[in-house]
Design a protein around this ligand. Structure first.
Ligand code: PMT
Length: 410
């Protein structure tokens, strides 16, 4: 990227907090961003476009047609910006974003925008807590949008609760941090050695959940961080990445195809399908080895279903790593992890043979170790030998693992 100021598009929607967008704009400018503004029609009822035009020195987009911004304003703005922050974002605009509705300049630009989209909801507490709004929020988070949660407090309508737009100074700080992080990632991405270009890499990540009844399940503490770091590293090195993920709260890394699954059986099916034409398959997921033999179709109740609750019958789950390794061709590299609480390297060696993997990444797990942490300490085990690595951030470790895989592939 050429040396220039970060370009931010500020979207303003029709909410009483729209006046705070003016201050937000000033803080963003003070933090060295070049800012342009796009408004919904309703937003102009709260703050005039002239205010933003005077402060940015650029035309403010409100309509899709006869725009002073560009003949095709939504594409021009989407391509111009390094980040698009919608603050305040009303429940209505959030619903449109969640469902791909693009009926004005702001929502059309959001749909066309490839840069990080940041949304700062602000509304009445009951509108915010409404199940429809919460479902839309969950959908946006799931798709990788950055949600800047509202503050809780006394709202303009007199109600008290979550729904307040955070203070502009704090908002600006968070927006700038996100954009700078994204720009740094883009730079690293552009500079990364493209030694996985044209390769398809499949990665399993996160835990599986094995249902017991309508409300309970068996699972573990995997956060998905290790698998998602591997997905980012593979993408940065040019691979086409499919991430088969159990339930986690992480956003899908940009440029990665993600398949969400819940159970081990679902993970097996998704992995086997994706693995067919993959060069590398890495099983990072913490798959439940067993699942309940029967799933009750109602909540098992204390006092009524004591027998079922106290004697949970389990059956073995399919072994995804082993199944992938057995089906793999000679040009495919299959990598597994070994999560152990003791004798990590010995068990790791056993798993290399038992699962038929080309490489095992053995790590110790336990309280404050492995699961959920940002760092990991592993030993790489292959037929060629073992390499113990110091503790390092999972994203950095991901690159070391790919270096080892590429060395194995020759
Ligand atoms: O997600 P994080 O919070 O970042 O934590 C990362 C991690 C600790 C989950 C990760 O580093 C890790 O160790 N993953 C493997 C967890 C695991 O299930 O290990 P295991 O030793 O039980 O299984 C060995 C291998 O077989 C693993 O590659 C596993 O994905 C695979 N397996 C296990 C059981 C099964 N039914 N199918 C499988 O494919």
């Amino acid at each position: 990227m050429e040396d220039r100021k970060p370009r931010l598009l500020l979207g303003v929607t029709g909410c009483i907090a729209a006046y705070k967008s003016v201050e937000l704009l000033r803080f963003l400018q003070k933090a060295s961003a070049e800012v342009r503004v796009v408004m919904t029609e309703s937003a102009t009822e709260f703050v005039g476009p002239a205010t933003f035009e005077a402060l940015t020195g650029a035309p403010v987009g409100t309509g899709l047609f006869r725009s002073a911004v560009d003949p095709i304003p939504h594409i021009a703005l989407a391509e111009w910006c390094d980040g698009f922050v919608i603050a305040p974002c009303t429940a209505n605009v959030m619903a449109k974003l969640a469902h791909g509705i693009a009926d004005d300049l702001l929502t059309s630009t959001a749909l066309a925008c490839m840069a990080p989209l940041m949304v700062a909801p602000a509304m009445n507490v009951h509108m915010y807590e409404n199940a429809a709004t919460q479902a839309n929020l969950a959908l946006l988070k799931e798709r990788g949008l950055y949600i800047i949660e509202p503050d809780s407090g006394y709202l303009a309508c007199g109600d008290v609760g979550p729904g307040r737009l955070p203070e502009p100074a704090e908002l600006a700080q968070r927006v700038m941090a996100l954009v700078q992080e994204s720009l740094a990632g883009e730079l690293a991405h552009a500079e990364a050695v493209q030694d996985l270009a044209d390769a398809k890499v499949v990665i399993t990540a996160g835990p599986t959940r094995e249902p017991i009844d309508e409300v309970r399940y068996l699972s573990n503490y995997s956060s998905g961080k290790m698998g998602y770091s591997l997905a980012e590293a593979a993408r940065d090195r040019g691979a086409a990445v499919t991430l088969v993920s159990g339930p986690v709260s992480l956003s899908c890394p940009e440029g990665v195809e993600r398949v969400m699954v819940t159970t081990a059986q679902e993970m097996l099916e998704a992995t086997m399908e994706a693995a067919q034409d993959a060069a590398i398959v890495i099983c990072t997921a913490a798959v439940a080895d067993y699942r309940p033999a029967q799933v009750a179709d109602h909540k098992l109740k204390k006092g009524q279903d004591d027998e079922a609750l106290s004697r949970l019958q389990l059956v073995e789950n399919p072994d995804i790593l082993k199944t992938v390794a057995q089906a793999a061709g000679s040009d495919q590299t299959v990598v597994g992890f070994a999560a152990e609480t003791d004798s990590v390297v010995d068990y790791g060696r056993e798993k290399l043979a038992a699962k038929g993997a080309d490489l095992i990444v053995a790590n110790e797990v336990g309280p404050q170790k492995g699961f959920g942490q940002d760092t990991n300490e592993v030993t790489l085990i292959s037929a060629q030998g073992e390499q113990s690595l110091p503790s390092m951030p999972k994203r950095q470790l991901a690159d070391v693992i790919f270096d080892a895989i590429l060395e194995l592939r020759g």
